[in-house]
Design a protein around this ligand. Structure first.
Ligand code: AP5
Length: 212
């Protein structure tokens, strides 16, 4: 099992890149945010537990997240090329992942974006509630106003993409990020990526790294 972790602030473009790499090149994209949102939609116990934390911009407890990701990884093939988007987010989560040979991380790509552009990226994001496709009102607008390019469903704003919650998410990110980046740097697995570029340019750079 080959695991690449995407690290980076909310809005740094992790999900946009991971989705495209999965569609075009067969990577298995595991987004813990998407998994939790699906669990909320289906009213599963893990979703009910997570919702309050998410709506407030806080992290869901490590114990919940570690169990969720371990169960998911256990269900995948040994040969899968996995992109983990949004996990780990804390050092205990990173340690839990590395504690078993099968789930040990190969590399962690750190998406670097100036802080000033994160808030407008997130408050302008619109997502498709049907297929999960993500757009931006200004930077990546849908072809038809307010409708998904793929399935034509009306786009919505995520509950946690309001300015107040975005600012809280960024605070929470900052509190954890140094430790997490330090963890992967100490393990010689950290690759810094300038993610303040066009989506296609970033994808080309990621492909070079992922092929190594
Ligand atoms: P999650 O869904 O993982 O949210 P996040 O990490 O805050 O990440 P985002 O999805 O907001 O950002 P992104 O980097 O994927 O950006 P995107 O590509 O969409 O988590 C949500 C919540 O779940 C957390 O707050 C927490 O409560 C909980 N949770 C999840 N995992 C957890 C864990 N492990 N532990 C504890 N709690 C956990 O891009 C953003 C916008 O920018 C889009 O509109 C996009 O179109 C646009 N954009 C992307 N790339 C570019 C570009 N190059 N140029 C211009 N615009 C761009």
């Amino acid at each position: 099992m080959n695991i690449t972790v995407f690290l980076g602030a909310p809005g740094s473009g992790k999900g946009t890149q991971a989705k495209q790499l999965a569609e075009k090149f067969g990577f298995v994209h595991l987004s813990t945010g998407d998994m939790l949102r699906a669990a909320i939609k289906q009213q599963l116990p893990v979703g009910i537990k997570a919702k309050t934390y998410m709506d407030q911009g806080n992290l869901v407890p490590d114990s919940v997240m570690i169990e969720l990701i371990e169960e998911t990884l256990a269900s995948l093939n040994e040969g899968a090329n996995i992109i983990l988007d949004g996990f780990p987010r804390t050092v205990p989560q990173a340690q839990a992942l590395d504690s078993k040979v099968r789930t040990r991380v190969s590399q962690a790509i750190n998406f670097l974006v100036p802080e000033a552009i994160l808030v407008p990226r997130l408050t302008g994001r619109r997502v498709c509630p049907n297929c999960g496709e993500s757009f931006h009102l200004v930077f990546i607008p849908p072809k038809k106003k307010d409708a998904c390019d793929k399935c034509f469903t009306a786009l919505v704003q995520r509950n946690d993409d309001t300015e107040e919650v975005v600012r809280r998410r960024l605070e929470v990110f900052k509190a954890q990020n140094e430790g997490l980046v330090g963890y992967f740097s100490d393990h010689k697995k950290l690759i810094n990526l300038n993610a303040d570029k066009a989506v296609n340019t970033i994808q080309d750079e990621l492909l070079k790294v992922l092929k190594q």
